[in-house]
Ligand binder design. Structure first.
Ligand code: ZN
Length: 279
């Protein structure tokens, strides 16, 4: 791809490239926290840079998604943007004034590995009734947000309602056709999504939350979450003055992650006065 970019004249000889990946790059240029476990501890940044002879900006795919949607997507006028990636796993990232916010240990946005907020035994029993036994997460912890909200967990809710198993694309078609069971499953999933996002809102209070990943393409999810979220976030009983966080669907779809990485690489090539900080 890089050779093609150079040949076609769009990529200068010294320009850096941007890459998004699951997990993060540690201070030694090694991958950590990837759900593609084989990548972990591998010197990906060093390998890519030495092979290509140019700098590479690498960042978590959730962070790249947030930057893309904050720069010229669903949240382009917003200052603090929390991007949510609902796919095979559950990821996320924070952009502040268009800049990626990685955190001291590259952990910012990893809300998928917060404990899912269960407030009572009845809550937990409700969850198991809808979803079945919640599996241990790949990260080794139990009851991670990811195990309750990953794409498969939406299909599992439908399967427990109907006895029929579906793939993600089939499920989206059922939603388009206004299938009642699929809508019930999506509604239940959306309430749990709002519940888990309330923990993020109570901590960082973003201007806009942008939903991305395959699950976000189900019609109606944004409005379910928008309606439910005020019930779960802190408001000390003042129902009329509850904060109403803005929740939107992505603009750039599957391309958003790479676009965010490209924005970051462009920032690096333009130097320190660029609109986005380099990584
Ligand atoms: Zn986990």
């Amino acid at each position: 791809m890089v050779e093609t970019g150079v040949r076609q004249g769009g990529l200068g000889p010294r320009q850096p490239i941007g890459m998004c990946l699951p997990g993060a790059i540690d201070q030694d240029g090694r991958v950590k926290n990837s759900n593609a476990l084989w990548m972990n501890e591998q010197p990906l940044k060093v390998d890519i840079e030495s092979r290509l002879g140019r700098n590479a900006v690498m960042a978590n795919d959730g962070v790249c998604f947030a930057v893309s949607e904050a720069m010229d997507g669903a949240a382009k006028e917003a200052s603090m943007v929390f991007g949510v990636v609902l796919g095979t796993g559950v990821g996320g990232g924070l952009a502040v004034d268009g800049r990626p916010w990685h955190g001291a240990h590259g952990l910012c946005g990893e809300w998928g590995h917060n404990p899912f907020p269960v407030r009572s035994r009845a809550d937990f029993e409700r969850l198991e009734a809808e979803l079945g036994p919640v599996p241990t997460c790949f990260c080794g912890q139990s009851l991670c947000v990811e195990t309750v909200l990953r794409g498969r967990a939406l299909a599992e809710r439908y399967q427990r309602l109907t006895g029929r198993s579906v793939e993600g694309a089939q499920f989206a078609r059922l939603i388009e056709q206004k299938d009642a069971d699929a809508q019930t499953a999506l509604h239940r999933y959306g309430l749990d999504l709002a519940r888990a996002l309330s923990v993020v809102v109570n901590q960082i209070d973003p201007d806009v939350i942008v939903l991305g990943g395959g699950v976000s393409d189900n019609d109606g999810l944004v409005s379910i979450v928008s309606e439910a979220l005020p019930d779960y976030i802190f408001h000390a009983g003042q129902v009329d003055t509850r904060p109403q966080p803005v929740v939107r669907r992505h603009v750039w779809g599957d391309s958003s992650g790479l676009r965010g990485a490209a924005w970051m690489a462009q920032s690096l090539s333009l130097g320190s006065d660029a609109p986005i900080a380099s990584t």
